[in-house]
Design a protein around this ligand. Structure first.
Ligand SMILES: [Zn+2]
Ligand SMILES: [Zn+2]
Length: 428
């Protein structure tokens, strides 16, 4: 038997969505992403990095991919690679994580000084520029179309190539044109699987249904509350509401505001930066308590973090309308298992983590499907284009991967492998 020269070890995000972290041994050893998983009760971490790595490579800023990097830099001196937009966005999220931990009275996993240390070890990698890593190895990023700065990460060692998708989106969204599928030859692929078992609602129809629901909520005298992820979804939702000319006051609250400032810095990474800027400038940015009280005086639309209702200013508004049958909570993103958003959708219960209460929701609620992840057909389209000889599935529930692997096999004849946490999988 020929011995296999490469390996990948899952430290998290194996059969689950959250805490993405992998060690890739591909000529050199690399840490791919180092994220956290936010559950109802606690934050879950990936396994520790117990081997020496040449570099850390971060696919994008979402906390489930970048959230623990400053902890890694407590005692690591290697370089990290990410896009400038990823670094700018992650920096906001890291600092916010410390604030949240302090607010909750728990010890933060890292300090502000360690965030600075992380920044100092960073090397910015733009899209479409091959960067040599020594030892016949190189790294190249391609636009992943998922959020601002998100990258498909391609490693080359001698004549072999390995592509890690991070999170990506093939089709265009309101903000992004879809990922860059032209990444050249791919021998080995590690692919996210979030929606590997299903198709998504038609985006245009979903946008229309969402805006009609928002408008009718305000017309019947209620508040349309829209919990959003700070990065990407919040900007996208404002852009969609503006496109449909919603006739109601729109309030924008939470960390999403700070993130939007960063979106303004990278117009070249957006489909229509002028349109987005106009939309964001046409809504009222809430500053402080007075603004929040004003937003709750007359029916209107509130777009605020956090997207899965893990605290954040959105909960201030949710508490006020939870028993109002005219009002409606419009969830707009994937709701991970164990999050308050998922509990609301599945059981009609509002878990208020800060107040420590659980109440039956008297308001309306519905989830709208604005995914920034590929549907099954988008996944298969990209896999067929890349045509790898080995495939590793990560970042998805186990049941989803069972369905996804079957569809990969029938489309390509390749038997995809589900990585397991703590286990080294050899290939090559
Ligand atoms: Zn993501
Ligand atoms: Zn993710």
């Amino acid at each position: 038997m020929v011995s296999k020269s490469f390996s990948v070890t899952g430290l998290g995000a194996c059969g689950e969505v959250g805490r993405s972290a992998f060690i890739l041994d591909f000529g050199e050893k690399f840490l791919l992403d180092y994220g956290v998983k936010l559950n109802i009760e606690e934050v879950e971490y990936p396994l520790e990095v117990n081997e020496h790595v040449k570099a850390a490579v971060i696919s994008h800023a979402h906390l489930d991919h970048s959230g623990l990097l400053p902890y890694f830099y407590k005692d690591s001196n290697c370089l990290s690679f990410m896009t400038q937009a990823t670094l700018d966005l992650a920096d906001i999220l890291w600092k916010d994580s410390i604030k949240i931990a302090e607010f909750e009275g728990v010890a933060p996993k890292y300090t502000r000084a360690e965030i600075e240390r992380t920044r100092k070890h960073n090397f910015i990698v733009p899209y479409n520029k091959k960067f040599s890593l020594g030892n016949d190895s190189s790294l190249e990023f391609f636009d992943a179309g998922h959020i601002l700065g998100s990258a498909l990460c391609k490693f080359t060692h001698k004549d072999k190539t390995f592509l890690y998708t991070g999170d990506y989106k093939v089709d265009e969204t309101q903000l992004h044109a879809g990922c860059d599928l032209n990444v050249g030859k791919v021998d080995y692929l590690m692919v996210e699987s979030t929606y590997g078992d299903r198709e998504q609602a038609n985006r245009k129809l979903e946008e229309k249904a969402f805006c009609e629901s928002v408008q009718s909520t305000v017309e019947r005298g209620g508040w349309a509350i829209v919990p959003v992820l700070a990065i990407g979804r919040s900007q996208e939702v404002i852009d969609i509401l503006s496109k449909y000319n919603i006739d109601a006051p729109i309030y924008f609250d939470g960390m999403a505001k700070q993130v939007s400032e960063i979106y303004f810095r990278y117009p070249e990474l957006l489909k229509d930066s002028k349109g987005l800027k106009k939309a964001l400038n046409s809504v009222e940015w809430i500053m402080g308590k007075q603004g929040r009280n004003r937003a709750l005086k007359n029916p209107g639309v509130v777009v605020s973090t956090s997207g899965m209702m893990h605290g954040g200013p959105v909960m201030h508004y949710v508490r006020k309308i939870i028993n109002d049958p005219r009002s409606k909570i419009h969830l707009t993103s994937y709701q991970a298992e164990g999050t308050p958003g998922r509990e609301l959708l599945e059981k009609g219960l509002l878990l208020d983590e800060n107040a420590g209460t659980v109440v039956k929701a008297g308001c309306r609620y519905e989830k709208f499907d604005f995914s920034a992840h590929p549907s099954q057909s988008e996944l298969i389209k990209s896999i067929k284009k890349w045509n790898p000889k080995e495939i590793f599935m990560v970042h998805g529930d186990k049941k989803v991967m069972d369905v996804f692997s079957k569809s990969i096999y029938s489309a390509t004849g390749v038997k995809a492998t589900r990585l397991e946490t703590g286990k080294r999988t050899y290939f090559g």
